[in-house]
Write a protein that binds this ligand. Sequence first.
Ligand code: FE2
Length: 295
Amino acid sequence: MVHRCRFDDKHGLSAEASEAYARDGVIVIEDFVSAAQCDLLKQRAVELVAEHAPAASGTVFSTRDNRHAKDAYFEESANGIGVFFEEGAFDEVGKLRVPLAEAVNKLGHAMHDLDPVFNAFSRSARLQAVADAIGLTDPKLIQSMYIFKQPGIGGEVVCHQDSTFLYTRPQSVVGFWFAIEDAHRGNGCLGGLPGEHIKGLREIYGKHSDGQLKMDRLQPDLSWDMSRLEWLAVPKGTLIVFNGEFPHLSEPNRSAASRHAYTLHAVSGAAHYPEGNWLQRSKPTDLPFTGFVNE
Ligand code: FE2
């Protein structure tokens, strides 16, 4: 069973929690953020969709066979606030099939640096203490995503490791997954394979010398033991922390309830962050990667 614990404001995380993280590659910290903090973030996410969606839907996502524009929009979101839609959100003539607020898959990938509400949520001495407890030295926040998992149409996420998409040498990626709403089997909570992270990275998605983003299989013979699958149903306000090599997934949301979550990915400033990573901070913003507490 995945270790479930609470953060103690005086003592932080227990030694047992640190050991469980090393063993399983994941821990669940209940009641980490308040309901009010969750509600504030949710409200701001909806505002950001309204602010940023027109540019995305007008030029990038509403036309078919627009691979290049989609890739460019994706890469630019490393420095900005991009809006990404559910599969099939648009009809043949580029009109939204459902209201905008129900068509969005996620926001990404630099809200934690660009938006004051997301910035405040993403940085705290408590998060720094969690990083310390799991052995993440000199954490740098590299990516934020707000995931809507819409009622009825929220898509499936197949089993993967986050370090496939963001990697360092040595591996140091940690995912911080906040339940902004209750997450359960019905609305597509996370599921994961505790202990399977020790098998290492299965595949890597990065930039090749021709400038194209491609997936490469690193361990062709690696298979995960799906009998270890554990569903991580958690209430609103829970923080799930997992190793970048922890295999995880989520089912489609067929229920009438949304399943909003916010994720932050951090790496160690002591590790090498290769240029092959799709996510690169570049001009015009040149935002530096910074930590959980203001430097
Ligand atoms: Fe993931």
